[in-house]
Design a protein around this ligand. Sequence first.
Ligand code: ADQ
Length: 462
Amino acid sequence: MSDPQRLVVISNRVAVPKARGAAGAQGGLAGALNAALQARAGIWFGWSGEACEEHSGDIATQTTDGVTTATMDLSKRDVDEYYNGYANSTLWPLFHYRLDLAEYERETGKGYERVNERFAEAAAPLIEPDDIVWVHDYHLIPLGERLRARGLRNRIGFFLHIPWPPTRLFVSLPFHERLVRTMLHYDLLGFQTEEWLSSFLHYCEHELGAQVDEATGSVTLEGRTTLARAYPIGIDWEHFSRLGEEGDARQAQQRLISSTRRRTAMIGVDRLDYSKGLPERLDGISRFFDRYPERVRDLVFVQIAPPSREDVESYQNIRALLEQKAGQINGARSEVDLVPVRYVNRGYSHAELFGFFRASKIGLVTPLRDGMNLVAKEYIAAQDPEDPGVLILSRFAGAAAQMQDAVLVNPHSPDDLAHAIRIALDMPLEERKARYEKLVVSVREDNVQDWTANFLRDLAAG
Ligand code: ADQ
């Protein structure tokens, strides 16, 4: 049954559907949002990803299967200040607890506010009085308040895909109060985990002096009440778990199996980002080889890490560091027929990733901090129930709250990582199955369709 209220999704980038059935083909978040938009004949608005000389405000629209995508270009200066600057050089590092990498520049802060105003200016005319509006992520925190300033009285919700930092870190952000006050113009705020939610509520109570009810998540300030709740995101189980039937998945699985021969493949799949703990992961692997030199022949580590945000300096540095560390391990440990670390600097389709995950008896997901982490869930979804691999998961990923049956590690500790790898390599089939059977329940049940439905149900309820 289709919902009478139309849905408008606003996010930094938009997944533009290419053809009929694209929602299924995209998988993941884009697929789930597209399905929700289709059920409500909705609109998805965002930046086109293009940078032009001058901001024009022109909007390009395209309608496929009842879903309209609307995108606008941004000027080079806007992209630099709003996207590369404030969003990715200030908020992203700070929200991932990396004060050492966070840059506080007045100009980029102004650019962020200016672009949020541009989003409001462009989106407001697309929104009808009865629409419900769902804004996504740290790029657009003040957007709800900007829409309200234009007179919108719709139900407006916001979901934060990344962590919310503890108050003591968060207050290092200049104008932190101004930013959070804008959030209280939303009707519903969604966080990935109870932990991030509780940090947010703590800030509202102790820094803003808001009235906070932890049991219901209501935050009241100056006569306005906003609800804040945890909605852990999941994967598109139906879509992802069926990828194994595709030729690309089988081929990828065979490729990895035949190239590793009798050795155990251990895999990491991440965007190349300092929050993902990649150098620390290599330090753990190096410690494993130092401690158990007789096992160098047992293991091949495959790290797939396509570059991201290459215009930001800290991302160039992480890439150089990783290449150096992988080179060092291979320099010290390789033989003519054996290279212990394969570092692949490119992306693959989800079907190919499925095949790689299935061929790997250990999945290494060790972010230093992560809002959720969907790779951990995809790794589990790709396993053979009769012979499942072992997931090694950072206790600092949001996913750890739901995945307590993984081998949980402190990603900062090379000893802890080395120990976990040994445990995983030697884990008997019975224990692997017992852990997998518990993990797969939440990966299957807490899927992205439920996440979308739960958030929209609460947003519409108000
Ligand atoms: P990300 O930081 O991008 O997302 P994550 O949730 O792990 O992190 O994964 C995103 C997707 O990208 C996954 O579907 C994964 O398969 C895909 N991907 C990663 N590496 C890839 C590769 N080499 N080739 C192809 N695809 C690859 C942010 C937050 C997370 C949160 C998500 C969703 O940082 O914490 O889980 O949003 O809310």
